[in-house]
Design a protein around this ligand. Structure first.
Ligand code: XIL
Length: 416
């Protein structure tokens, strides 16, 4: 136990530090507030981190000094991290065979998180995008419908599946179902096995649901075409074998949209009936400024029917005028939409949208154990033209940050 005196000294030191903060910045309250502390009684607050942050190296648009500031911000604000890219198949397993893995960046990510006591999430094992062509390649002729002119110019590496699914991706001769299942099993056992007990939760299958109003539940990906709909169940079974203690998530976007959400509910209920070890719903929440408390409250209420924890896995709120269309379209079209500059009153609308959805997260805190932002600040965001995060490119808290901090102190579940 500290003596009252040392406690007093500590408090006095803190007071001095706070007064200094008042003197040196215009935003003293923000300088001492952190998302992880503000929400510590509710849920973890995390962020995706890129390779520069995980490895502490500058380059490209961000200098070494700025990367160091990004690293400090991650440590101050967040208690959970997800690798933005480095555990995706294309990056961690670019070539076929046991020596085709590249664990260096993913190891750095795990090391960074462990050295700062952060909860680690692995992203992602089975996805139609950012997966190399060799995974799907074999000796079986592709069906006629799959053959179309090369999507990428000759000489450029082609990534199986592309962002839009099979039709823009690999169209060559294919692996058999057995071959692809074997590759999937090897990949999952190797990657999950390597970080067993350290990476606590995995996005096992990402974005397998179809978009749009059609009756198809599943996206027409190469995984579906080659293996069949049980590719999802198999992926979960392999991941569970590799780390029986890991929390296995099914992750998707657009779940604020009632049509897509209905497909999610159908899929997860079916997996549960089959005894598939799906343990949590990952809701990406790449949303726009029209998203309200009611939208998110409704989405969470309906998803709670499944009886699984709901992780908000990739939160950001697009303020680009071109990114305000509905949530029924493919995420990349929405995510990269930058036409028309910002919406009017972008800061205000961003604050309002963040406040509304955080009120919904707090209301549903019994089923929401973690909320992860998709990036640390606007400069490193995949939607940087949509300035969708709480910190600007110099890591200064935006008005939306204050709004989110304020919600943490309100009585739960009380929208304006
Ligand atoms: C994005 C990354 O942020 C980008 O750096 C990368 O170029 C493309 O992928 N859904 C997902 C994430 O599950 O993996 C995507 O991340 C964003 C959409």
């Amino acid at each position: 136990m500290k003596s009252p005196n040392s406690h007093h000294t500590f408090r006095a030191g803190l007071l001095t530090a706070m007064l200094l903060a008042v003197a040196s910045t215009a935003r003293p309250a923000d300088a001492t507030a952190s998302l992880k502390d503000a929400y510590k009684d509710h849920f973890m607050v995390g962020t995706a981190i890129n390779r520069s942050i995980a490895t502490g190296t500058g380059g490209g648009r961000r200098s070494r000094e700025l990367v160091e500031k990004d690293m400090s911000l991650v440590k101050e604000q967040f208690n959970q991290i997800t690798a933005e890219n480095d555990m995706k198949w294309q990056l961690i397993h670019p070539r076929e065979g046991a020596d085709g893995y590249d664990f260096v960046p993913a190891d750095a990510f795990v090391q960074f998180g462990e050295s700062h006591n952060m909860y680690l999430v692995g992203h992602t094992l089975v996805w139609h995008s950012q997966t190399p062509n060799w995974v799907f390649a074999g000796t079986n002729p592709p069906p006629e419908s799959a053959v179309e002119p090369a999507a990428n110019p000759p000489g450029r590496p082609r990534i199986g599946g592309g962002f839009g699914g099979a039709r823009r991706g690999y169209t060559g001769p294919r692996a058999s179902r057995e071959e692809l299942l074997e590759r999937m099993r090897d990949h999952i056992h190797t990657v999950v096995g390597r970080y067993k007990g350290r990476v606590k939760s995995w996005d096992v299958v990402n974005e397998a649901l179809a978009d749009g109003e059609g009756t198809n539940i599943l996206r027409n990906s190469l995984w579906l075409q080659i293996i069949g709909p049980d590719f999802i169940a198999k992926a979960f079974a392999y991941a569970h074998e590799a780390d029986p203690d890991a929390i296995l998530r099914y992750n998707d976007y657009g779940l604020e949209n009632p049509v897509k959400r209905k497909k999610l509910i159908t899929l997860i209920q079916s997996l549960k009936e089959q005894g598939v070890p799906v343990m949590a719903i990952g809701s990406q929440a790449h949303v726009n400024v029209a998203t309200t408390f009611e939208t998110m409250d409704q989405a969470l209420t309906e998803m709670e029917i499944l009886g699984l924890p709901i992780h908000l896995t990739e939160l950001d709120i697009n303020t680009a005028a071109g990114g305000q269309r509905g949530t029924g379209a493919d995420i990349t079209a929405n995510g990269s939409a930058t036409e028309g500059g910002q919406v009017t009153d972008a800061d205000q609308r961003l604050s309002d949208a963040y406040a509304g959805i955080f009120r919904a997260f707090v209301k549903h805190r019994d089923s929401v154990p973690m909320v992860t932002f998709w990036g640390v600040n606007d400069a490193v965001s995949w939607r940087r033209f949509g300035t969708p995060l709480l910190f600007d490119g110099d890591n200064r808290p935006k008005p939306a940050f204050d709004a989110v901090i304020r919600v943490a102190t309100e009585p739960a579940g009380t929208p304006d």
